[in-house]
Write a protein that binds this ligand. Sequence first.
Ligand code: KG4
Ligand code: ZN
Length: 342
Amino acid sequence: KQEPLVLGIETSCDETGVGIVRGHTLLADAVASSVEEHARFGGVVPEVASRAHLEAMVPTIERACDTAGIALRDVDAIAVTNGPGLAGALLVGVAAAKALALGLGKPIYGVNHLAAHIAVDQLEHGALPEPCLALLVSGGHSSLLKVTDVTAGVEPLGATIDDAAGEAFDKVARLLGLPFPGGPHIDRVAREGSSVYVDFPRGLTARRDLERHRFDFSFSGLKTAVARWVEARERAGEPVPVSDVAASFQEAVCDVLVRKALDAAASQGIEDLLIGGGVAANSRLRAMAEERASRLGIRVRVPRPGLCTDNGAMVAALGSEMVARGRTPSPLDLPADSSLPV
Ligand code: KG4
Ligand code: ZN
């Protein structure tokens, strides 16, 4: 008997994603992004994102079905991100998922966006190692999570106390005159720069901070330090070495993320570290995590960059796991919850 065919819908931010999976096999991952419509504002505008989801939803569903070579009626279950995220954006996806579930007479599974960023890895590397330690770094979140059962048991160990890692990348990119979203641009220009050019602060790593915030992150001080450094250069009428500043900033972020993730894994006796979320696409973060983890005998799993940023495949992947583990489907009046906890 074939495993169930699961269609997943993601609309928590600016990507309209529709993914189709069977078991751990990815059949389609269609994404429409409104990122260019937000670029001139330097950040995602919720109202613009909601309208874009509404326009993109049906064509993206059709594109995913075409790619997978299936008809909608073949789908066995619908999964949808019902939080956390932008309220209006989530509502578009949840409404679409309910319409499909009702029309097809199939169950609907509300999934948590953060858990989906973790579950997506099984599409590339097979069944998740559980328990594992997950470092989740995106535009909206930076968290360390202990995952015992990705469909139910995700325990937060720490999180950012101010900006998310991706937000810091985006803000520093803006300071350096790079386009939005800035993460991929910093990653690119940093390759030509020196990561030891400026010794930027490592947030919440001082001994006194570790007592209360051992597994928490803080990036706003780092962002301010970069801003001050750049301003000082400009005031002195000197050029800003963009790639060196980008590389030094990136090094500071990655250093703290990797250090704390490995400390958390070791403290829990966990040997598998999974990195997910948009910032997991960062090439320096991937290399540094691999290098330092291997010295400690910790295995690292990071999905390929295209699966790290928001997409529908991650939602379908978690939905598929919920079906496989016999989780109860959600009621058809499933609410969208912009601050849904993990
Ligand atoms: O997971 P995601 O697509 O959306 C959210 O749920 O937030 O993450 C988007 C974030 C943005 O802040 C973007 O700048 C960052 O991920 N990002 C990166 C890279 N690619 C995307 N940050 C650093 N390096 C990258 N290569
Ligand atoms: Zn995300």
